[in-house]
Design a protein around this ligand. Structure first.
Ligand SMILES: [Fe+2]
Length: 156
């Protein structure tokens, strides 16, 4: 039987919130990465890359909020600090100079990592019959795989 926020067990909520907070964290760190590259990209591809990185960080900025608010709808604590985001995230910030291709590759890796984390969180939710959280994870996982395709297409 499907479960909702009102009747999920405390331990299931705990497991789902933990998985979702990792999704929040990776989405946030990937937002920063895309914004970093939006600001610092150079070269003949500046115009389209500057715009694509913006499309990506704007999407992720909204998604962080959707994921964190799902944690709150489950009555759990949403990760709310940058230090906590960095600690929870398998995606790392980038501090330094990179070529346009290196930026694309780093952001591609970040999309793939975040998509995998979302797929995992969706499985945690599915295991608890929390189809609503599972649906959000699927939607966000698909968005990251779409951006992975955008980015990968530049490296062909
Ligand atoms: Fe801008």
């Amino acid at each position: 039987m499907t479960q909702t926020a009102a009747n999920l067990s405390p331990s299931d909520k705990e497991a789902i919130a933990e998985a979702l907070n990792q999704c929040v964290a990776e989405t946030a760190v990937t937002t920063m990465l895309a914004q970093n590259f939006h600001w610092n990209v150079k070269g003949m591809g500046f115009g389209p890359l500057h715009a694509m990185f913006q499309t990506i960080y704007e999407d992720h900025f909204i998604a962080q909020d959707d994921l964190a608010e799902r944690v709150r709808a489950l009555d759990m604590h949403a990760e709310g600090t940058l230090a906590g985001m960095i600690k929870r995230s398998k995606v790392a910030e980038f501090d330094g100079k990179a070529t346009d291709k290196e930026m694309i590759k780093m952001l591609l890796d970040a999309q793939e990592t975040t998509a995998a984390t979302l797929a995992g969180a969706g499985a945690v939710a599915a295991n608890a019959n929390d189809t609503l959280t599972e649906d959000l994870c699927i939607e966000r996982g698909l968005a990251h795989e779409k951006f992975a395709w955008f980015l990968r297409s530049h490296l062909a």
